[in-house]
Design a binder for this molecule. Structure first.
Ligand code: DOR
Ligand code: ZN
Length: 346
């Protein structure tokens, strides 16, 4: 061992666990290193009511290995028929920690999402009243807007007007990918942003140069290098506005390596070693705990985790599994494309 680093156990503030066979295969991957995770509701059909969230939470608990110390933090999928009273009940019972806004058509299983924000204002007003955060998939879906501009246009035309109209609404800009996202998230108040592991590693060249890499395709799509650099500065700054949300999003290989491949990088298995590598490279290992274990809990008003994990760095590169096998088919574990010497101590 040449180095070790002990942190409060991290939280993953944006995670896709899916359901059924996939849930059974991927839940242990997150439960190994993480204490808690904000669970995305974009199942088919979506988790849109308190009753659905309760049942889904029970399925997640049943999928965890015996003795796992992992708490799923549930969310509701916002639709144009969401009932503000159901949201308020789900919040006051302690079941849900956020509501997720998917602009209809923006990503996987988003067709039931929101077309007209005006239709969901009563829900958003209720959320602002009770302090329940809105997690946003921050991309417009307007066909005329270039895919690389969709996040910046969302901030200007959707998010900023919404925050001016409802300044009390707490908002998490999910998986930001641009310098515009980084700058806007710092403007607060009542605002924060998650950053994924893969967006700290990938720019659009990694995705497209030398052949298309389907396992690097995700939404929002990776941008230019200057945007990745802005994300790196934000994540390693220790600033309270930024925290980890992996957006680990498993799809079976058959649907990733496909003529119309699904969006998503599966990083649950190796996120913490990858982040240790990146933060060390940036000379910022001392900020890793803020990013993975403190800032997210603080924004959500959750207690800090008392349990710890230890990362160790060895002379030998760490060998991660290349695939997780599910009954639905194999899932490729994210390959950063460089050797990583960190691992989480068992
Ligand atoms: O890459 C992504 N995959 N981005 C999303 O917004 C959704 C996710 C998924 O559910 O597959
Ligand atoms: Zn996601």
């Amino acid at each position: 061992m040449i180095k070790s680093l002990t942190l409060r156990r991290p939280d993953d503030m944006h995670l896709h666990l899916r359901d059924g066979a996939m849930l059974a295969a991927v839940a242990p991957e997150s439960a190994r290193d993480f204490a808690r995770a904000i669970i995305m509701p974009n199942l088919a059909p979506p988790i849109a009511t308190m009753a659905q969230a309760e049942a889904y939470r029970a399925r997640i608990m049943a999928a965890l290995p015996k003795g796992a110390q992992f708490e799923p933090l549930m969310t509701l999928y916002l639709t144009e028929t969401t009932d503000p009273a159901d949201v308020a009940r789900a919040h006051s019972s302690g079941l849900i920690k956020a509501v997720k806004l998917y602009p209809a058509g923006a990503t996987t299983n988003s067709h039931g999402g929101v077309r007209d924000l005006g239709q969901v204002m009563p829900v958003l007003e209720k959320m602002a009243d009770i302090g329940l955060p809105l997690c946003t998939h921050g991309e417009v879906t307007t066909p005329q807007v270039d895919i690389f501009d969709r996040e910046a246009v969302f901030i200007d035309t959707v998010l900023d007007p919404l925050r001016r109209r409802l300044p009390q609404l707490r908002v998490v800009m999910e998986h930001i990918t641009t310098q515009e996202g980084v700058s806007y998230a710092a403007e607060g108040p009542n605002l924060a942003a998650t950053i994924t592991t893969h967006h700290l590693i990938l720019n659009r060249n990694h995705l497209l140069v030398g052949g298309i890499k389907p396992h690097y395709y995700c939404l929002p799509v990776a941008k230019r290098e200057k945007h990745r650099q802005a994300l790196l500065r934000a994540a390693t700054s220790g600033h309270a506005s930024y925290f980890l949300g992996t957006d680990s999003a498993p799809h079976v290989d058959a649907l990733k390596e496909h003529a119309c491949g699904c969006a998503g990088c599966f990083t649950a298995t190796n996120t913490m070693p990858l982040l240790a590598h990146i933060f060390e490279q940036e000379g910022a290992l001392n900020q890793l705990e803020a990013f993975t274990s403190q800032n997210g809990a603080a924004f959500y008003g959750l207690p800090q985790n008392e349990a710890q994990i230890t990362l160790i760095k060895s002379a030998q590169p760490t060998v991660f599994p290349t695939k997780i096998l599910s009954q639905a088919g194999p899932v490729t574990v994210f390959d950063p494309g460089f050797a990583v010497h960190w691992q989480v101590q068992a």
